[in-house]
Design a protein around this ligand. Structure first.
Ligand SMILES: [Cu+2]
Length: 74
């Protein structure tokens, strides 16, 4: 299986992540340490300002499933 894709965002930009899943879990944005619940009926939506530079994994937490890597750079 391929690793997660990488999404580049500009430092200071507002980011909106929307994740749909076929099971109930939590979406975790590492580094920023943000969590949102997800279930088959209800996607996770996380909105935040990308004000910390770096590469951060977004993970389906209980499943330990990497979803995407967020690269935040100027
Ligand atoms: Cu995590």
């Amino acid at each position: 299986m391929d690793g997660p894709g990488r999404v580049r965002v500009k430092l200071g930009e507002e980011v909106r992540l929307e994740v749909a899943a076929d099971r109930s879990d939590e979406v975790h944005v590492h580094g920023y340490d943000l969590y949102a619940d997800v279930s088959p009926d209800s996607p996770a939506v996380i909105v935040f300002t990308a004000d910390v530079p770096g590469i951060f994994e977004v993970e389906l937490e209980s499943a330990h499933l990497p979803l995407v890597e967020l690269e935040v750079a100027p």
